[in-house]
Design a protein. Structure first.
Length: 279
């Protein structure tokens, strides 16, 4: 009887402990649910969701290509450095499309992409130009290099804070970086040797021009307007094949011509529209 009395006295205590544990568990679940709702409606990121791997891996590839361009430029491998900038530009175009096609867009991916762009299209071409020949200009050389980096950073910051539109406002940083790298690529392939003062001034002018165009209000055509899922006329595929064939003949010269044409298209379209309004 005494043993039965003890069991009867112990059982309510254990039941009370179980009820208390269940109450704590349900309370913690309510807290997590409340915090999730608060983050969702307040615009704060949910820290427990993790990140999407696929688009961020592509962005990391672009970041590595920019880093490799810096190292190659410091070692005097200017052609490899210039080509790496083009690889970074191709990967930068791909990561956004991959994110949209796989529905894996995120705030983290956008911020990571901007930081990668600053390295690959701001720091890399600037240091490449400085290692190549801007150092012969002394203080003016590193001043021009810094102005380019600052303009690239401002361009990316403005892009992140403004609403998206069909066209780019200001020259896109990948296009500016490819133009600079392509100019050095042409010089290394067809001229070579010690960098003359005239060549250094030409590259310095290119950096200044592209830097100012990046922070300008000129409108540039955006590749985002190309819909890969839509049907196109058959002649479009023929033109793409023809363009690739022309590029393969002399890649550096053809890409430089395309880069200069694209960079000047913004001011040209602006002046053309302005003259059309006056007329």
């Amino acid at each position: 009887m005494e043993a039965n009395d003890k069991d009867s006295r112990v059982t309510p205590i254990s039941d009370a402990n179980e009820i208390e544990d269940e109450g704590k568990a349900s309370q913690s679940e309510r807290v997590r649910f409340r915090d999730s709702l608060r983050n969702r409606f307040s615009g704060l990121p949910n820290r427990n969701r993790g990140i999407y791997l696929l688009p961020n891996v592509v962005t990391t590839g672009a970041l590595f290509a920019g880093f490799f361009a810096i190292v190659a430029g410091m070692n005097g491998e200017y052609v490899q450095a210039s080509f790496s900038i083009f690889v970074a530009a191709a990967l930068d175009t791909a990561d956004g499309r991959v994110a949209r096609l796989t529905n894996t867009e995120s705030d983290f991916g956008r911020e990571y992409d901007s930081l990668s762009d600053l390295v690959a299209f701001g720091v890399a071409p600037s240091l490449l130009a400085f290692s190549w020949g801007l150092s012969t200009l002394g203080k003016w050389g590193w001043a021009v290099a810094f102005i380019y980096i600052a303009c690239a950073a401002l361009r990316l910051a403005r892009f992140n804070t403004k609403e998206e539109s069909k066209n780019f406002v200001g020259l896109a940083s990948p296009a500016a970086a490819c133009l600079t790298g392509c100019a050095i690529w042409v010089w290394s392939e067809f001229v070579g040797g010690p960098v003359s003062m005239g060549a250094a001034l030409a590259i310095a002018s290119t950096l200044l021009m592209t830097g100012l165009l990046m922070v300008s209000n000129f409108l540039y055509y955006s590749p985002k307007q190309v819909k890969l899922k839509d049907r196109v006329p058959f002649i479009t595929l023929v033109l793409v094949i023809f363009t690739f064939s022309i590029i393969l003949l002399e890649p550096s010269l053809v890409l430089l011509a395309i880069g200069i044409t694209y960079a000047l298209s913004g001011p040209f379209v602006y002046l053309w529209k302005k003259s059309k309004i006056k007329g």
